[in-house]
Design a protein around this ligand. Structure first.
Ligand code: GRF
Length: 197
């Protein structure tokens, strides 16, 4: 999988899709503001018009787009998101707590150019409740993965992972907080490597 064809003479334009608080989106935006950053955030879009992350993005002066698929159906919803991304000149999409499965049509229009961060050591624990399942299984380690998005849930080439220990007495919230610190470090690093390669 490669991002061949990306413009190499300036920061690559990234569109971030969120559904909630957007802490990973914030870490991606912060990293994009470092001198010499390889990407810039051209759009933050959400399927939840009331997503907390949208408020932060607007405050930062980032272009935002919000649309609920409710009432219009998935094809029309995805067509509108696709158009908003293209209008903003987006070259690479970063999913950051985006809680919807993208259709095969959408994924193929952005073939190899959509990344996601997932809070488990893929291929283990695809889907929801990753931390609960890792604790229940008695695992010694948990973590997060950045991967290329395909039409299969939490599938696609894994580009990078970070591990944390699962400690005695951990509940899902404690473990999620420990993993999240690593998510915020890993995602900007892997996105940067991805747009440079
Ligand atoms: C993160 O744990 C991410 O890995 C998962 O959903 C959570 C989103 O958190 N996909 P945030 O919205 O980035 O704060």
């Amino acid at each position: 999988m490669s991002a061949d064809g990306l413009v190499k003479d300036g920061p690559v334009k990234v569109g971030i899709l969120i559904s909630g608080r957007g802490s990973n989106m914030q870490s991606l935006v912060s990293a994009s503001r470092a001198a010499g950053a390889a990407y810039q955030v051209a759009l933050v879009a959400s399927d939840k018009p009331d997503a907390a992350g949208l408020v932060w993005a607007k405050e930062q002066g980032i272009t935002t787009f919000a649309l609920s698929p409710k009432g219009i159906g998935k094809p029309a919803y995805e067509a509108a998101i696709d158009q908003a991304l293209r209008d903003a000149g987006v070259q690479v999409i970063a999913l950051a707590g985006y809680m919807r499965l993208l259709s095969g049509d959408f994924v193929s229009r952005w073939q190899g150019r959509i990344l996601n961060i997932h809070p488990s050591l893929l291929p283990f624990y695809k889907g929801l409740d990753t931390h609960e399942r890792a604790i229940a299984a008695g695992d010694a380690k948990a973590g997060c993965s950045v991967h290329v998005v395909t039409e299969e849930l939490d599938d696609g080439e894994v580009l990078g992972q970070a591990k944390v220990p699962i400690l005695p007495g951990d509940d899902a919230a404690a473990l999620a907080a420990r993993v999240l610190v690593e998510e915020h470090r890993l995602y900007p690093q892997i996105l940067t490597e991805f747009v440079r390669r």
